[in-house]
Structure formats: structure tokens, C-alpha cells
Design a binder for this molecule. Structure first.
Ligand code: GDD
Ligand code: MG
Length: 361
């Protein structure tokens, strides 16, 4: 059967101070829902999957401390489809844990893995690409399928998939190579060559296939995960999870599985994913979801900019006005307990700033 999991355990540190340890970006109400009211990126990811799958086949994997917020955001989520990690061990282990649990209830399950931090339009094209990816498993069941986006910039925060030989299915090619987060010069080369797609961070594979790939490339994790699901569901399994999971090494599925697997000819496939796509990872990306003030500033909440453009200005307190004059290309974010200011060009360094703040406070 077809299942899917939303990876929703990231901490979103580059969107500090809006995104916090106890309320990360995927749980913030930053996008307008179908009814116009703001809702979370997680709720949006759920609705996208519901265009393709029934609610009881959709799983969510997140940190135990976000459990209540996730349940509140997703009233349709079944209790036994919520996978809770005691600590974050990155996506290789989050995907592996979910795949092991899915395979435990449905050994032949096909599992889509999607991110919780994306804005994707239109939903119909997402649904088509996802169906194409599931369908590709019918003839190539051992494949690791990724959805690939046409790159528009030499971004260094994404994975790159090199399109190789076509397959017999339209829109599906073999991946000739996979490279996670290349340096700037390499990213520029990839972009110029026209042969690479951005890895959207969304994958489709059989649950068993990704567990086999983990056994090949990250055997300690594969063994740990097997121990966890060997225990009967309930308190016994929770106890093994609490004991074993923190000991797994922190690594993303892109580095741990996709990069090495793509060196095997024909093992990784890439589906053309032709949508408007935004990874809401940093302030300039989030700015696309804010309003334009008519003078080229992205704003939310009470904000006034005089003689300035290219700013991203957000006040999350309706009673607190942020006012700028003569300021250009800056990020100004006001929350109840923190005000953060940085040049747009330094937006990637917010993570570093948060590190420095945490050392002092
Ligand atoms: N459950 C769980 N546990 N989820 C996690 C964890 C974890 O430890 N760490 C991250 N996630 C979730 C995030 O919430 C997000 O939805 C998704 O997994 C991807 O994590 P990011 O941290 O946002 O990854 P990235 O953006 O740096 O890179 C990935 O996505 C890019 C496209 O958005 C990679 O797959 C890249 O190759 C890809 O280009
Ligand atoms: Mg991301």
C-alpha cells in the first residue's frame, strides 16, 4: 500500500527569533490556508498529501516535545501514525525509524517522504509528480526516487541530482550522481551545465528498500532501528527507543543514503517536479510569504518603512510598531522577547548568531 511520512522534527534555527526551539518554523502560522486564514507549513504539507492519500496512511515523524503542537495542527492524524523521536538524530534516522515502523505494519509498503517546510503551488502538479514517483516503483521496485526541481540559482543549501539516462516513463530519469550541499563554485558549475536538478528533499521508495540502503551505508543505525521495532509496540518499544535512538549518529538521509546509493548505476531515479517551490529555510525565503508594502519591502505586522527598499520587516506583536527610515536590504524581526537585525546578505548567519546568543543567555 502507499504510505507517506512528513518529516517535521527540524528546529528551523535560521528563522530565529520567530522560529524557536519550542515552536519551530514548521509549526508557525506563516502561510495563508485555503480559507485565507493563516496556518502552518506542516498543515499545508498534510493537505498536499491528502490530495493523493487517505488520512490513515499519512505518518508524521517529529521530536517528542512537539507532539502536542503537531496533534493540534493536524486533527486528522491517527495517534498510531505519529512517530516521536526522543532526541533529534537528523533525517537518516527519522526516515529509518518511520520506515521500520511502517514496514512492521505493512511489509510491502511504498513510502513517500516529504518535508514540512515547503510552500508548493499548484497542489495538482505536486499530486501528479508524487503519483509518477509511486508508479515508477511498479517496474523498478528497488529504486530510490527523488523529486527534482529545475534550479534557478547556485544555491549551496540544497542537494543536486544529475539527470542521467531516460527511463521508459515520461518525466522519470536515472540519476547519474547526487551531491548534497556543494560549495559555491561547484553549485555554479552544476547550474551552468544544465544537467542538474535540485533535490526537493522529497523521496519515494519501498520502506524495505530504504532500510536495506541504511543497512548498506549506515549499518549501526540499521541495527539500532531493527532492535527498536523488534520490541512489541507500546511501553516496551518506547523503552528500547529511548535507550537506543540517542546513540545513533546524527546525519541526514541525503548524505547517508542518496549520495552513496547514486554511485550504483540506475539505483536512484529522479522525477521532474515542475512546480513553484519554496524551501522556507531562511529570512529571504520566508519573505516570499509576507506582504509587499508597495515600495519593495516584505512586511508582516505593524511596520512602516520610509525611503528604504529590499527590507524584510516583521513584528509579531500587533501593539508593537517597527519603523525604519533610510534603511535598505535589512532584516528586522521583533518578537516579545527578542529583536533581531541583520543585513539580508547575512541571513544565513542567523544560525551562528543564535549559537552566540545561547552561549551568553
Ligand atoms: N523528524 C525529524 N527529525 N525531522 C527532521 C529532522 C529530525 O531530526 N531534521 C530535519 N527534519 C525535517 C525538517 O523539519 C524538514 O521538514 C525536513 O526534515 C528537511 O530538513 P532540513 O533541515 O530543512 O533539510 P535541508 O533543507 O537542509 O535539506 C534537505 O532539503 C533540501 C530541499 O528543501 C535536503 O534533502 C536537500 O538535499 C534538499 O535540497
Ligand atoms: Mg529545508
Amino acid at each position: 500500500m502507499r504510505h507517506a511520512v512528513i518529516m517535521a522534527g527540524g528546529s528551523g534555527t535560521r528563522l530565529w527569533p520567530l522560529s524557536r526551539g519550542d515552536r519551530p518554523k514548521q509549526l508557525l502560522d506563516v502561510v495563508a490556508g485555503a480559507d485565507g486564514a493563516p496556518h502552518s507549513l506542516l498543515a499545508e504539507a498534510w493537505e498536499r498529501l491528502r490530495a493523493v492519500l487517505p488520512a490513515d496512511t499519512i505518518w508524521v515523524c517529529t521530536a517528542a516535545r512537539y507532539a502536542d503542537q503537531v496533534r493540534a495542527a493536524l486533527p486528522e492524524l491517527r495517534t498510531d501514525r505519529l512517530v516521536l523521536e526522543p532526541v533529534a538524530r537528523d533525517t537518516a534516522n527519522a526516515v529509518g525509524l518511520t520506515a521500520a515502523l511502517v514496514a512492521d505494519v505493512d511489509p510491502d509498503a511504498e513510502l513517500a517522504v516529504v518535508s514540512a517546510d515547503h510552500v508548493i503551488r499548484p497542489v495538482e502538479r505536486f499530486a501528479d509528480a508524487l503519483r509518477t514517483a509511486y508508479d515508477a516503483l511498479a517496474t523498478r521496485p528497488r529504486s530510490l526516487v527523488t523529486l527534482g526541481i529545475r534550479p534557478t540559482a547556485p544555491a549551496t543549501g540544497f542537494g543536486y541530482v544529475q539527470r542521467g539516462a531516460p527511463t521508459d516513463r515520461p518525466g522519470v530519469a536515472e540519476a547519474a550522481s547526487f551531491r548534497e550541499k556543494p560549495d559555491r563554485a561547484t553549485a555554479e558549475e552544476y547550474l551552468a551545465s544544465g544537467r542538474y536538478l535540485w533535490n526537493s528533499g522529497m523521496f519515494v521508495w519501498r520502506a524495505r528498500t530504504v532500510l536495506d540502503a541504511l543497512a548498506d551505508h549506515l549499518p549501526a543505525s540499521a541495527e539500532g532501528l531493527a532492535r527498536i521495532v523488534a520490541a512489541p509496540a507500546g511501553p516496551a518499544r518506547d523503552a528500547v527507543l529511548a535507550e537506543v535512538f540517542p546513540g545513533l549518529s546524527k546525519i541526514s538521509v541525503d548524505y547517508a543514503v542518496l549520495e552513496p546509493a547514486a554511485t550504483e548505476p540506475g539505483r536512484v531515479l529522479v522525477v521532474d517536479f515542475d512546480v513553484d517551490w519554496l524551501d522556507v529555510g531562511s529570512w529571504p525565503a520566508l519573505a516570499h510569504t509576507l506582504d509587499d508594502d508597495g515600495a519593495g519591502n516584505a512586511v508582516r505586522g505593524p511596520a512602516v518603512v520610509l525611503d528604504g527598499a529590499g527590507n524584510i520587516v516583521l513584528s509579531d506583536d500587533p501593539e508593537h510598531l517597527v519603523a525604519l527610515v533610510g534603511v535598505r536590504d535589512s532584516v528586522v524581526v521583533h518578537t516579545a522577547d527578542v529583536t533581531m537585525v541583520c543585513p539580508v546578505a547575512d541571513a544565513e548567519r542567523v544560525k551562528q548568531l543564535l549559537g552566540a546568543v545561547q552561549e551568553r543567555y
